[in-house]
Design a protein around this ligand. Structure first.
Ligand code: NAD
Length: 354
């Protein structure tokens, strides 16, 4: 350890385990909440109703219009609804899309949030909100965006389909990977990152075999928590920026895009960050970080090409230019030829290469 560092813990209370949804009324009470609004996507409206019932007289109902990429017009309608029912707290039950809506309401109203995540995306542990307006996604980072309480209930992840479990897990691993070579990395987030990657490397193959394996599900959700802290604490680099560009420009699905890109972005950075690569490889029990991730994605049957996600081949040059447009820090400088090669390989589904 030969690096100076700053460490700042983010103040979220975490309750973790099987059946923990049942503690929601007590957690809301601890926050002094008397009028809780439960949020979900339209597809999980019945879950939201059950949670509203669980909260009893402390609930003012549900709002089930959460949408991927947090469109501003939907957030504004949700704020108007929250104000019309005089809500004093929101519960976000779902993946990153629902948690994004809770954060958007908190940003505009200051209401406290309780997040109940049902995927591995990790948004619940970050003070970051990405919002979309007129097809442009902008990101804010503010303390009010961070949920006050996160309830991780392993049972709620049992229904996450195996394909989505794999891509959501690889999406989470990407947060830990970039935390290991972040400029502002520190020994604590690096420990969490390595353990987060290892937790997914252990659990995802078991979940692919049996989606209802509780022990593996608990391990994966534990990994999601650790990787979410990494995302909230350390700066992200090439991998997250590229996924942002690809997702926004070609409307590609979030977790799947991360899953395809991760082995390639790791390969691009591999020679510039040998210590991080060693830790990633160790967590994967593999000789190589990039190939270990490539093999894991393959074993899980996760998508391996941008082509199969629907990106046109003509988009490779556009994505390259956009990725280079606003320069940002990355362990290996951004080089047009290298980035073009990386995107070309990822588009075609070829093995990663440094
Ligand atoms: P999501 O919330 O859109 O969920 C993906 C799909 O899975 C949806 O169809 C949902 O209904 C379904 N689903 C969720 N949980 C389920 C379960 N337990 N069982 C069955 N189906 C389930 O996707 P996501 O990958 O969780 O989140 C992606 C969004 O979150 C993106 O908009 C991304 O930008 C954002 N995000 C933000 C941050 C942040 O820190 N701000 C971090 C990660 C992701």
């Amino acid at each position: 350890m030969n690096q100076d560092f700053v460490y700042e813990a983010l103040p979220t209370r975490v309750v973790f385990g099987q059946g923990k949804l049942q503690v929601l009324p007590q957690e809301a009470d601890k926050l002094g909440a008397r009028r809780v609004l439960v949020l979900s996507t339209p597809g999980h409206a019945s879950w939201a109703s059950n949670v509203s019932e669980l909260l009893g007289s402390a609930s003012v109902g549900t709002y089930c219009h959460a949408t991927m990429h947090t469109p501003v017009d939907i957030s504004e309608k949700a704020v108007a609804h929250a104000q019309s029912v005089n809500a004093d707290c929101v519960v976000s039950l779902g993946g990153g899309s629902t948690i994004g809506l809770g954060k958007a309401i908190a940003l505009r109203t200051g209401l406290p949030q309780i997040a109940v995540p049902t995927t591995y995306a990790g948004s619940e542990m970050t003070p970051i909100l990405g919002e979309t307006e007129n097809n442009v996604k902008t990101t804010k980072r503010l303390p009010v965006i961070l949920p006050k309480v996160v309830v991780y209930d392993v049972d709620l992840t049992l229904t996450l389909p195996t394909a989505l479990s794999a891509t959501s897990g690889l999406n989470a691993m990407a947060h830990a990977v970039e935390a290991l070579y972040a400029q502002n990395r520190n020994p604590v987030t690096s420990l969490m990152a390595e353990e987060g990657i290892a937790a997914f490397a252990r659990s995802l193959p078991r979940i692919a075999q049996d989606a209802t394996n509780l022990e593996a599900r608990a391990d994966a959700l534990y990994g999601a928590w650790l990787c979410g802290i990494c995302l909230g604490s350390a700066g992200m680099a090439l991998h997250h920026k590229l996924c942002h560009v690809l997702g926004g420009t070609f409307n590609l699905p979030h977790a799947q895009t991360h899953a395809v890109m991760l082995p390639h972005t790791v390969a691009y950075n591999s020679l510039a960050t040998p210590e991080a690569m060693q830790r990633i490889a160790r967590a994967l029990s593999s000789a190589s970080a990039a190939h270990g991730l490539w093999d894991l994605a393959g074993a899980l049957g996760a998508p391996r090409s941008l082509k199969e996600l629907g990106m046109p081949e003509s988009g490779i040059e556009q994505a390259t230019q956009l990725a280079l447009k606003n320069p940002y820090w990355n362990p290996r400088p951004l080089e047009a030829e290298g980035i073009r090669n990386l995107i070309t390989r990822a588009w075609a589904g070829e093995m990663p290469s440094a």
